[in-house]
Design a protein around this ligand. Structure first.
Ligand code: URA
Length: 203
């Protein structure tokens, strides 16, 4: 990433950051994407949810988590009275859809990480929900083949803008669609999330 762009990102407000992301051409996904998927929601809510990367439906609509896995996530949250946009802003590690939904590559995560870092500084979340291994790996700075199962069930602390923010780890909803028996564990994660939100005074 050219230092001049990195500097602009570091200094940008929310709308300027969105404009910079919309114009981003740092990697090859710039030529395959239909939309840059910046966020669902604007600064305000105390909960920020971080997923992996847009899929086909997200690329089409320009919004995160609107396809099948997003519908599952949305309905699980709603059954606990957590409503998108009102209570939570949703982001992804990558802002553009990887071709054929392949995994994000390390250099893409590092490039897009400049946008994610600034988004989180501006949003100043009180609580984070990290969904899936790319969100967990990026924000907890875990490398290699770590197990999501071993990271679940406790509150982590993530440093954002010089402040520690409690973070709950959960499985990615697309994994739950493939392995529905794991849903029970995800419900436990969401209950932990609710208690972290209560502790933070945002529920
Ligand atoms: N999976 C994600 O991680 N994010 C989306 O926006 C859609 C599917």
């Amino acid at each position: 990433m050219p230092e001049s762009l990195a500097e602009k990102i570091r200094a940008a407000g929310w709308d300027e950051l969105k404009a910079l992301a919309n114009a981003c051409s740092l990697c090859s996904m710039a030529s395959s994407r239909q939309h840059v998927v910046f966020s669902d929601g604007d600064p305000g809510p105390g909960l920020v949810i971080v997923g992996e990367a847009p899929g086909a439906e997200e690329d089409l609509q320009g919004l995160p988590f609107v396809g099948k896995s997003g519908q599952l996530l949305t309905s699980m949250l709603e059954s606990l009275n957590i409503v998108r946009r009102k209570d939570a802003v949703i982001l992804n590690v990558l802002k553009c859809r990887p071709p054929q939904n392949r995994n994000p590559q390390p250099e893409e995560i590092s490039c897009c990480g400049h946008y994610l870092e600034r988004q989180l500084e501006i949003l100043a979340p009180r609580v984070l929900l990290l969904a899936g291994r790319f969100a967990v790996g990026s924000l907890l700075k875990l490398e290699g083949n770590f197990s999501i199962g071993r990271q679940r069930g406790r509150i982590h602390q993530v440093m954002i803008g010089g402040r520690t923010v409690p973070a709950v780890v959960t499985y990615h909803p697309s994994y739950l669609l493939r392995s529905p028996l794991e849903k029970a564990k995800s419900w436990d994660d969401l209950l932990l999330l609710k208690s972290a939100m209560r502790d933070a005074g945002i529920l």
